[in-house]
Write a protein that binds this ligand. Structure first.
Ligand SMILES: [Fe+2]
Ligand SMILES: [Fe+2]
Length: 298
């Protein structure tokens, strides 16, 4: 990953969440996480769009992991004695409403930025929740989430190389994503108890999350200076360009639809390209048997 655990850690100054006293807020948090894990169904869409065998394998494994996380959160909710409930609207917008329209948007916004944000929240729960059983479950899940974020970062770096227009489009959409997180921060700061040792720090935690997202954008190469130096007009232009690009792409797809089902114009999927894929060419070594020479020599 491009950010370390230390960089992503927020200092709660030793404050703790108590599973009994803070049951209500923990129920709210776990319900947002549960929803996020269920959005793992979107992987099915991206698996069909996977550009190569390595990505397809990664997504297949990720889907299994996300549905293990669904079970994890259901188990955690049972441990806390709370029920599954509807998620918050802003969380739904960030996780589903902003579902990427392309592979590039998926890896940049949903995996690097989105899962990066969730990972930060998991670290925060691990660091503050006074319940060793739940913390243990989350520690296992974060190892998998770290790999998802890393994949998103690497794929984004690969795909923006030599495509400045795509870099600008992803940056514009990332700015909307940051706006969504700020809205979430605003929503939480109005409703959270000001005298709670952990919850009173959540608005600052969300500021930290935005700083981490900004740092990630810089390290990926989406952003070449701090967000504050971008200026309101430049930001608005980037967002407008990103959405104009999405709209234009959508219209072009609509107009060219009859053509795109014909073989020369049809989208090439892995079923068309797998024989050119280096991962297919790199044949796995034959299975070792009792009679194989290296085993015979031991
Ligand atoms: Fe997950
Ligand atoms: Fe994930």
């Amino acid at each position: 990953m491009l950010l370390t655990r230390e960089e992503m850690t927020f200092d709660f100054a030793g404050a703790k969440l108590d599973p009994v006293r803070d049951k209500k807020i923990l129920a709210w948090m776990m319900n947002q996480f549960l929803y996020g894990e269920v959005t793992g169904i979107q992987i099915g869409h991206w698996l069909y769009d996977a550009p190569d065998l390595t990505s397809a394998r990664f997504l297949a494994r990720q889907a299994v992991e996300e549905f293990q996380h669904v079970d994890n959160f259901l188990r955690i909710m049972a441990m806390l004695g709370v029920e599954p409930e509807k998620p918050n609207g802003v969380v739904q917008l960030l996780a589903t409403g902003m579902m990427g329209g392309s592979w590039a948007e998926h890896v940049a916004l949903e995996m690097a930025a989105g899962e990066g944000f969730v990972l930060l929240a998991f670290y925060a729960i691990i660091d503050t929740l006074d319940h060793p059983g739940i913390v243990e479950i989350l520690k296992r899940a974060v190892r998998q989430e770290e790999r998802h974020v890393d994949f998103g970062e690497q794929q984004t770096m690969k795909i923006i190389g030599g495509r400045p227009w795509l870099r600008r489009r992803l940056l514009g959409l990332s700015l909307v994503w940051v706006w969504g997180v700020r809205r979430l921060a605003g929503f939480m700061s109005k409703r959270l108890p000001k005298d709670h040792p952990v919850l009173s720090r959540l608005p600052k935690f969300l500021e930290h999350a935005i700083r981490c997202a900004e740092l990630r954008m810089q390290r990926i190469g989406l952003l070449d200076r701090p967000l504050a130096e971008l200026g309101a007009a430049r930001r608005a232009a980037l967002v407008a360009e990103a959405y104009a690009g999405k709209l234009g792409g959508g219209l072009a797809r609509l107009v060219t639809w009859p053509l795109r089902i014909l073989p020369p114009f049809r989208r090439r999927r892995l079923t068309d390209t797998y024989l050119e894929d280096p991962a297919v060419r790199a044949l796995p070594p034959p299975p070792r048997t009792a009679a194989s020479p290296d085993e015979a020599s031991t």
